[in-house]
Write a protein that binds this ligand. Structure first.
Ligand code: NAP
Ligand code: ZN
Ligand code: ZN
Length: 351
């Protein structure tokens, strides 16, 4: 017998409308699926960009949320990795083609046929919209679910499913570690995770924030140095200093200025996705054989690796736990930089 799995959720019903209560029907778990009772869901700036259609192509109604942690409450008959009661997480993808080179190499985030994103996308059938974690239950194929290591608190682990992996992946790929000088631009949700993770990897970490308002937090999070980008002196003083820059900024800013802070052969990796196009001067790159790169989240295996790394180093996010009713206010506060450093929704408030 097919029983519809109804879940209370919050959705943006159309572009730029405040989120409001909505009901979603999840599919019955298939043989490879797990049904997850969602406990907590982080709020990523990408939720705001997409629910306001700042990148174009948004699908409404939209239930955002891709920093999901919860408990397995039912499993399909062929599920082998998880059992009822397990603590699990779901990040930005709920599936991918599984056949392209990227998928075969465990880089599902670069699936050439596009991953099936957790929301604002479609299920494998290509027509059923996906709905994210601002809800009480979700059904996901076990291969796109990760395990929350013992000892990590669920609510402050939720942001690792996007902010954590999005910063861990480029830090690992570009070799952050002892002897490497890493700058993190923008101290928000991604930025504060980049600082914690780069520091745990053993790198020398510098924060570049618009002002010095969060300077005291910088050292607590693991940074050695903290500079204001609003101060023109910063760009003179730090010229040519960094092996790696992780740019998490969510709005338009001058890339050329920041590239000038790289050493010869250094790399600046964009993870922030401002809606505007950036202007790039070739001179910024060619003087110093510098690289400008980009990176999107991480693969499923790497997400598990990141969680295990964070558990071993006691790294979680600094969060402000909110009931779902405060989600619209949280978006406004995120826009003004008034978040230290990630809002997380207590999904019990949806029940
Ligand atoms: P967030 O918490 O709002 O942090 C963004 C930070 O950017 C702010 O804290 C602020 O840092 C800085 N900033 C904001 N406006 C700025 C401006 N006009 N000029 C200079 N700096 C500014 O956002 P988030 O959740 O960390 O997300 C950051 C970006 O990454 C978003 O664009 C998001 O869509 C993107 N993202 C990408 C991926 C990926 O896979 N590549 C994954 C997740 C998110 P200060 O106050 O310290 O200056
Ligand atoms: Zn995100
Ligand atoms: Zn693929």
């Amino acid at each position: 017998m097919i029983v519809a799995l109804k879940t209370k959720a919050y959705a943006a019903m159309a572009v730029k409308q405040p989120l409001r209560p909505f009901e979603v029907t999840r599919r019955e778990p298939g043989v490879h699926d797990v049904l997850i009772d969602i406990k907590y869901c982080g709020i990523c700036h990408s939720d705001l960009h997409q629910s306001r259609d700042e990148w174009g192509g948004s699908i409404f109604p939209m239930v955002p949320g891709h920093e999901i942690v919860g408990i397995v409450s039912r499993i399909g008959t062929s599920v082998s990795k998880y059992k009822v009661g397990d603590r699990v997480g779901v990040g930005c993808m709920i599936d991918s083609c599984r056949e392209c080179d990227a998928c075969r190499e465990g880089l599902e985030q670069y699936c050439v046929n596009s991953p099936n994103w957790t929301y604002n996308s479609y299920e494998k059938d290509g027509k059923t919209p996906t709905y994210g974690g601002y809800s009480t239950i979700i059904v996901v194929d076990e291969n796109y679910v990760v395990r929350i290591p013992e000892g990590l608190p669920m609510e402050s682990t939720a942001p690792l499913l996007c902010a954590g992996i999005t910063t861990y992946s480029p830090l690992a790929h570009w070799g952050a570690g002892p002897g490497k000088s890493v700058a993190v631009v923008g101290l928000g949700g991604l930025g504060h995770m980049a600082v914690k993770i780069a520091s745990a990897m053993g790198a020398h970490v510098t924060v570049l924030s618009r002002s010095l308002a969060k300077a005291a937090d910088g050292s607590r999070l693991g940074a050695e140095d903290f500079y204001a980008t609003a101060d023109a002196e910063t760009f003179k003083k730090l010229a040519g200093k960094f092996d790696l820059i992780i740019d998490t900024v969510s709005a338009d800013h001058d890339l050329n200025l920041h590239i000038g802070l790289l050493k010869r052969d250094g790399a600046m990796v964009l993870v922030g996705v401002p809606p505007e196009s950036a202007r790039l001067r070739a001179g910024s790159l060619i003087s110093g054989r510098r690289t400008l790169a980009g990176s999107v989240i991480g693969g499923i295996a790497e997400t598990q690796e990141m969680l295990d790394f964070c558990a071993s180093k006691n790294v979680v996010a600094d969060i402000e736990l909110i009931p779902i009713e405060q989600v619209n206010e949280a978006y406004e506060r995120m826009l003004t930089g008034d978040v230290r450093y990630r809002f997380v929704i207590d999904c019990a408030s949806l029940a």
